[in-house]
Ligand binder design. Structure first.
Ligand SMILES: *[C@@H]1O[C@H](CO)[C@@H](O)[C@H](O)[C@H]1NC(C)=O
Ligand SMILES: *[C@@H]1O[C@H](CO)[C@@H](O)[C@H](O)[C@H]1NC(C)=O
Ligand SMILES: *[C@@H]1O[C@H](CO)[C@@H](O)[C@H](O)[C@H]1NC(C)=O
Ligand SMILES: *[C@@H]1O[C@H](CO)[C@@H](O)[C@H](O)[C@H]1NC(C)=O
Ligand SMILES: *[C@@H]1O[C@H](CO)[C@@H](O)[C@H](O)[C@H]1NC(C)=O
Ligand SMILES: *[C@@H]1O[C@H](CO)[C@@H](O)[C@H](O)[C@H]1NC(C)=O
Ligand SMILES: *[C@@H]1O[C@H](CO)[C@@H](O)[C@H](O)[C@H]1NC(C)=O
Ligand SMILES: *[C@@H]1O[C@H](CO)[C@@H](O)[C@H](O)[C@H]1NC(C)=O
Length: 409
């Protein structure tokens, strides 16, 4: 797909001159990857609950909504020029398809923490002045119920939230949804509680950091068992043995999204605490990036081992997180180094995982299916999980990475 990148660059002058009117795509001679992939996700009907629900549908809808809402809020006013679908309407449809599942707090605790990723779409709907009063009421009720469900979520002996129904197991994955929800909800409905809530968020993030830090990669293992009884639990920490790209990706995105949302209060103690974690991980990601491709292995603590491969969801998440740190000015004097790393990884994503279909839609390749700790959690388990085509766990973060790339270009 290299030729498209060049085409995109050559047409950037035309792009800059084109109208900002969202619906005027007549002068849209080429499409940015961000909206092109977003339109393709929508054309596949993704981000909307199917008739049969699985426990992973909450996060699938949530991450598509996060990508679409970030496009809508993009500082790049020309971003939506080539959009072919109504993103806000797709977010609303996604919410409508799942909101009925969310209205009982004790039932909510039976779903993974990922359910909280639906808070973005719900809050956007609640705050939208064109929302009908009954939809507004439903959105508020779902937000309040989700909020209540965090209080009812089972916790380990240190107060660490279980990720799902598995007793005493906490996963990095849940932090993407939890961090954003707590922060958005508190800012919107309980501003005087923000400081307390931020302490709670940092406590949850740090419990995972303390138990899961891998001294070799400086990244985090997938999760830990606070009861230290799982077959895979390391004897002292309870950590699982693999540093899994996608789970680390969720955690990394949680940090950078929080830092952006709070960029107005930079350099306070709490902000700096999260910034330091983010910068440490960013440095570790530069160290663990595969030197040839610039992208990241599925199992980050066994680079190059037989069976391991460069995985597209974790790689897209890290690329997004690095670009965004650059845009927010977090890298100070090292900015060139990080931009170069993000560019190299981004080009690899385009050349290797983006597929242009005959009908003009884009597909997305190379995303590992769900990896659970309800398994042997061994190296062989991770590298033998199926590889999915068109998984939103990869394509939605690619939308976000593309958006950041286009902003910084
Ligand atoms: C313009 O948008 C319409 C739908 O709004 C779509 O059908 C058409 O394919 C788009 N054209 C281009 C050149 O993107
Ligand atoms: C919520 O779900 C729980 C568990 O399924 C049930 O016992 C309870 O009655 C429900 N509450 C409401 C208000 O429906
Ligand atoms: C913050 O937390 C402390 C300790 O839990 C509590 O006493 C205090 O009321 C909380 N403050 C706010 C504004 O919520
Ligand atoms: C990693 O390093 C920390 C701090 O030096 C140490 O407390 C911890 O035991 C180490 N973890 C492992 C698994 O070696
Ligand atoms: C995070 O940002 C929001 C809105 O930008 C702000 O209201 C809140 O106080 C910030 N959080 C902290 C810990 O300062
Ligand atoms: C476009 O082509 C792809 C690949 O053949 C297919 O999966 C998809 O359903 C098509 N989309 C539409 C809207 O026809
Ligand atoms: C997707 O990736 C797999 C593994 O690299 C490859 O075999 C397959 O041809 C790719 N599919 C497409 C449509 O490019
Ligand atoms: C956990 O794994 C066992 C054994 O494979 C399976 O029977 C069970 O359904 C799994 N639990 C969940 C909640 O997926």
């Amino acid at each position: 797909m290299k030729h498209h990148l060049q085409w995109l660059a050559l047409s950037s002058v035309a792009t800059a001159l084109a109208s900002n009117n969202n619906n005027d795509n007549t002068s849209c001679s080429t499409r940015p990857y961000s909206t092109w992939m977003a339109d393709s996700i929508i054309s596949r009907g993704q981000g909307i609950a199917p008739a049969e629900l699985t426990s992973s549908i909450y996060l699938q809808i949530g991450v598509v909504q996060a990508a679409l809402l970030q496009l809508l809020e993009s500082p790049l006013s020309s971003t939506l020029r080539c959009a072919q679908h109504d993103y806000r309407s797709h977010v609303r449809q996604g919410t409508k398809s799942i909101v009925g599942q969310l209205l009982n707090a004790s039932e909510d605790t039976q779903y993974p923490l990922d359910r909280l990723s639906l808070g973005r779409g719900l809050l956007d709907e609640y705050l939208d002045t064109s929302t009908s009063s009954s939809d507004k009421q439903t959105a508020k009720s779902a937000l309040d119920t989700l909020h209540k469900s965090i209080g009812l979520q089972p916790k380990n002996q240190w107060g660490g939230l279980w990720y799902f129904t598995y007793p005493y197991w906490s996963y990095l994955d849940g932090m993407y949804s939890y961090t954003a929800f707590e922060s958005l909800y508190t800012n919107a409905f309980n501003p005087s509680g923000v400081l307390n809530k931020t302490n709670d968020i940092i406590y949850q993030l740090d419990l995972l950091w303390i138990h899961c830090i891998d001294n070799n990669t400086d990244l985090l293992f997938h999760g830990y068992d606070a009861s230290v009884t799982a077959s895979w639990a390391q004897p002292i920490t309870g950590a699982s043995p693999m540093v899994w790209g996608r789970s680390m990706g969720w955690y990394f995105m949680a940090l950078i999204d929080w830092l952006e949302e709070n960029s107005s209060i930079t350099r306070t103690t709490l902000w700096n605490h999260i910034l330091v974690r983010y910068l440490d991980f960013a440095a570790a990601l530069l160290k663990t990036a595969d030197p040839d491709s610039g992208a990241w292995w599925q199992v980050l603590n066994y680079p190059g081992r037989e069976g391991n491969y460069i995985e597209s969801s974790g790689s897209a998440m890290f690329t997004y997180g690095l670009y965004k740190g650059e845009r927010l000015g977090l890298f100070d004097n090292d900015v060139d180094k990080y931009k170069k790393a993000a560019d190299k990884a981004y080009n690899y994503l385009i050349d290797n995982f983006v597929v242009e279909n005959q009908n003009g839609t884009l597909s997305w390749n190379g995303t590992v299916s769900v990896c659970s700790l309800n398994s042997s959690a061994t190296y062989d388990y991770y590298v033998n999980q199926p590889i999915l085509y068109d998984s939103v766990h990869g394509s939605a973060p690619f939308v976000l990475a593309s958006l950041e790339h286009e902003i910084s270009a």
